[in-house]
Design a protein around this ligand. Structure first.
Ligand SMILES: Cc1cc2nc3c(=O)[nH]c(=O)nc-3n(C[C@H](O)[C@H](O)[C@H](O)COP(=O)(O)OP(=O)(O)OC[C@H]3O[C@@H](n4cnc5c(N)ncnc54)[C@H](O)[C@@H]3O)c2cc1C
Length: 289
């Protein structure tokens, strides 16, 4: 590892000031949150910045609260704070459970949700689950604020649609109805997940039929992926859907088009999609979102 090149750290007191700093420093500057990705990449000389803008000094950006029937998580909330939050545990336990298994406790204590989503590293647990939960994020630049879906935010491996002066300020997750069930499962043998699979289903009162489903597979390709065909096969009488799970998994794997890499071959990952979709289906049916 290389010694870190010199850089200057800036401490904005508001989102607007942070956006102005980002615009001012342009390519020489970067937003800094927990630094768990950024500093590592800088130590390896993969990224070079002369100015880092510490978003954690902006007051209030780490809040976790309920507003307008949504769980609102500030961009600088750490994975650990999310894991430990009683609000998250009460309203969206599937998120608390996912956060508990991100990285290790040291990274969770420093790394933020905003940093995870905006780095857009393909092996992200939150990106996969949050897409299934129909999450929106608020981003703010010098002159305007935008609301984006997860699909609009993450455009590819290490790529987002954020402009140079924009920062992610809030993650808004609709609180699921009582009829919704959710599961997030991952398969991991190395430092980061080989596959993450999130399934959110709306079921009838008896639990015999699925009225709506969102299935997302992540970590196997550049960004988390859904498939209309797979989701159509996951709707209907439970017994029928059980028979269609293998076809739904094929459709989801086709849409994701897994890459062949050090985590495993394309065929191996396609197989994992089938195994984990079935497990997620069984788990989701017994777990409120
Ligand atoms: C050993 C290790 C294991 C890991 N395992 C997992 C795992 O199992 N699952 C998983 O999902 N992740 C894993 N991660 C990734 C981890 O979740 C991220 O490193 C962390 O969340 C990044 O947050 P940060 O605050 O440290 O971001 P930083 O490193 O500070 O920033 C990362 C990038 O995001 C940008 N950024 C940060 N905050 C914002 C914002 N609010 N708005 C706009 N841009 C912003 C920065 O400019 C930078 O480009 C692992 C990381 C490590 C080091």
């Amino acid at each position: 590892m290389m010694p870190l090149r010199r850089f200057q750290m800036h401490q904005p007191r508001s989102v607007t000031e942070a956006a102005e700093m980002l615009a001012h420093y342009g390519e020489k500057g970067r937003l800094y949150a927990g630094g768990t990705e950024l500093l590592l990449a800088m130590k390896h000389d993969l990224l070079r910045y002369e100015h880092l803008v510490d978003v954690k000094t902006v007051p209030g950006l780490n809040k976790i609260e309920i507003k307008n029937s949504s769980l609102c998580i500030g961009g600088t909330a750490t994975h650990r704070a999310i894991e430990k939050s009683s609000l998250v545990g009460k309203h969206l336990p599937v998120i608390a459970e996912m956060a508990r298994h991100v990285a290790n406790v040291r990274v969770r204590g420093t790394g933020t949700l905003g940093g995870n989503l905006c780095f857009a590293e393909p092996h992200s647990d939150p990106a996969t689950l949050l897409l299934a939960l129909e999450t929106r994020v608020q981003v703010q630049g010098r002159s305007k604020e935008r609301t984006l879906t997860m699909d609009e935010l993450i455009t590819g491996a290490y790529e987002t649609s954020l402009a140079e002066d924009e920062l992610l300020t809030l993650v808004e997750i609709p609180i699921p109805a009582k009829s919704q069930r959710a599961a997030y499962l991952k398969f991991q043998i190395k430092e980061r997940p080989t596959l993450g699979l999130a399934l959110v289903m709306d079921v009838d009162e008896a639990g015999d039929a699925i009225r709506k489903a969102r299935a997302v597979v992540g970590s196997v390709s550049p960004k988390p992926c859904r498939s209309d065909e797979a989701e159509a096969l996951l709707v209907g009488a439970k017994k029928e859907v059980e028979k269609q799970l293998a076809d739904a998994a094929l459709a989801l794997a086709d849409a994701a088009d897994p890459v062949d890499d050090l985590e495993g071959s394309t065929e191996y990952k396609r197989h994992l999609v089938g195994v984990f979709l079935r497990r997620a289906f069984n788990k989701a049916l017994s777990t409120p979102a």
